[in-house]
Ligand binder design. Structure first.
Ligand SMILES: [Zn+2]
Length: 489
């Protein structure tokens, strides 16, 4: 089969230049320079090829709709597509990259199939029965349409972080095409009793409908071969946008002893009006999207009345459908200042991170060390002997039952935990108060470690001391996670 014969036949059927290139198996940027490729494969190049006729009403020269792509690759379609994309909210997204997902009607696939049968009729053995003779529409969209759309919209194609533009196309003959396909399907794959009906889908057509599997006679009984020239091109059903997911990390310090980690609701009512999660979300996520959709994660958490000091606790926000794909340092510092104004939480090192970095927050929680400082009250003035009993810098192991206060949300278990070191000093202002510096394995309940909770934690500071001791105030001093990287201003 000569390339020229192939092209002559395609032209006879009304096939557009781009589709001619698809059947000539053009690759990569060969679609951008049609003439060069035609010459390379020894085919006469005609700019205005395809079926041309004079519309009787206005005597205007007009091109027919290409029977194999239904004008998917025509200039008109591209212009309409760009117009439709521009009329969406795309302007609201500050993204340099886009990804295009185009959903095409099944009728287009059937038309490729019909042309395949037509080429077999025309060129016989030169055409394979089980390998498609063309570059698939999906592939051609990538090679022809995507680069043009990107260029016109001044965006790069970014499969990882781009704004997802989903384009759903339809055609007036879609329903009729599917009805015919169902008819063919009932003949080719008659349903056995009790067998599930396999819904018509693109993959079903690709798997089961090739000239090797369905005879030309049968196909021609139901479909036109070659595909007829259509009067109508494709239509846009819908265009939807989905911004990239971005991840913003930082470290927070909890300064308030009256602040819950997440919204605290009891019997349908708020116990406290604010939470760490809400303060951080509204100051960071607002910039990117609707803060309600954001997922707040932190490396552990503290109780309502516990502060978290030192370098703070690492957190990350997972923000879907973000309008912004970047965050400059000026904006990040401004967010930190706004959070500081709450006077309950202070945040540092706000920065964008990669999805992979989320593992820092999620993994290894059990093995981390945590440093606490507890202010504790005893029933009498502290003595040197007491401080000596609590000077255990070599550490010790404890067995800790799930505290009663968290039993409503955690299962009852006895967990071994390591206390890496314990050191006590007397509060100079009040000798009945002891300051404990405790380094423990993550997941240790500190309040219970101190008072022992009626023997549910063994040993406890109370049992080591041989007398009751209670926590007055607790601070987290350090979290053993060197992430996200510190930002020096
Ligand atoms: Zn075409």
């Amino acid at each position: 089969m000569k390339n020229q014969d192939l092209v002559d036949y395609l032209k006879e059927c009304g096939v557009c230049l781009f589709c001619q290139l698809r059947y000539l198996k053009a690759r990569g940027n060969e679609y951008q320079n049609k003439q060069e490729y035609f010459e390379k494969v020894n085919v006469l190049y005609e700019e205005d090829s395809g079926c041309i006729e004079y519309a009787p009403t206005n005597k205007r020269k007009r091109r027919n709709v290409c029977p194999t792509c239904l004008d998917l690759f025509s200039d008109d379609f591209r212009d309409q597509l760009l117009l439709s994309i521009s009329s969406t909210d795309i302007g609201k997204y500050d993204c340099d990259g886009i990804v295009i997902a185009m959903s095409i009607p099944i009728i287009l696939q059937l038309r490729q199939l019909s042309m395949w049968y037509a080429l077999i009729d025309k060129f016989g053995d030169n055409v394979s029965l089980d390998r498609t003779p063309d570059v698939s529409l999906k592939e051609a969209i990538k090679l022809i349409l995507n680069p043009t759309i990107c260029e016109k919209l001044k965006k790069s194609y970014d499969i990882n972080n781009g704004l997802m533009v989903t384009i759903n196309l339809s055609h007036s003959q879609e329903e009729e095409g599917i009805t015919r396909l169902e008819k063919l399907n009932n003949i080719v794959n008659p349903r056995k009793r009790g067998e599930k009906y396999e819904k018509i889908s693109r993959s079903l057509i690709e798997r089961k409908y090739t000239p090797a599997r369905v005879s030309s006679e049968l196909f021609k009984e139901i479909f036109d071969v070659p595909p007829l020239i259509s009067n109508e091109g494709l239509k846009f059903d819908s265009i939807s946008l989905l911004g990239p997911s971005v991840y913003v990390a930082g470290r927070y310090r909890k300064i308030s002893r009256k602040l819950s980690h997440t919204p605290w609701v009891l019997n349908g009512e708020r116990v406290m009006d604010d939470s760490i999660e809400e303060i951080i979300n509204r100051n960071i996520a607002n910039y990117f999207c609707d803060p309600k959709k954001v997922n707040f994660m932190s490396s552990g958490r503290e109780d309502v009345d516990v502060r978290c000091l030192g370098a703070g606790r690492p957190f990350v926000l997972e923000i879907p459908n973000a309008l912004q794909s970047s965050l400059n340092s000026e904006k990040a510092r401004q967010m930190e200042d706004n959070i500081d104004k709450s006077q309950k939480v202070s945040v540092r090192d706000i920065q964008m991170v990669k999805r992979e970095d989320l593992s820092h927050i999620k993994m290894g929680e059990e093995h981390k060390r945590k440093c606490y400082r507890a202010l504790c009250q005893i029933g009498s003035v502290a003595t040197i002997d007491m401080l000596r009993k609590l000077d255990l810098q070599q550490g010790f192991e404890i067995q800790q039952k799930t505290p009663i206060r968290v039993l409503h949300r955690r299962p009852l278990h006895t967990r071994p935990r390591t206390v890496y070191s314990l050191k006590a000093s007397v509060c100079q202002q009040n000798k009945c108060l002891i300051i404990l510096d405790i380094v423990t394995q993550a997941g240790t309940y500190i309040k219970e470690l101190v008072h022992g909770e009626f023997g549910r934690t063994i040993p406890s500071v109370a049992s080591l001391l041989g007398q009751p001791i209670d926590i007055v105030a607790l601070d987290v001093m350090e979290i053993d996670l060197d992430w996200p990287p510190s930002i020096s201003v």
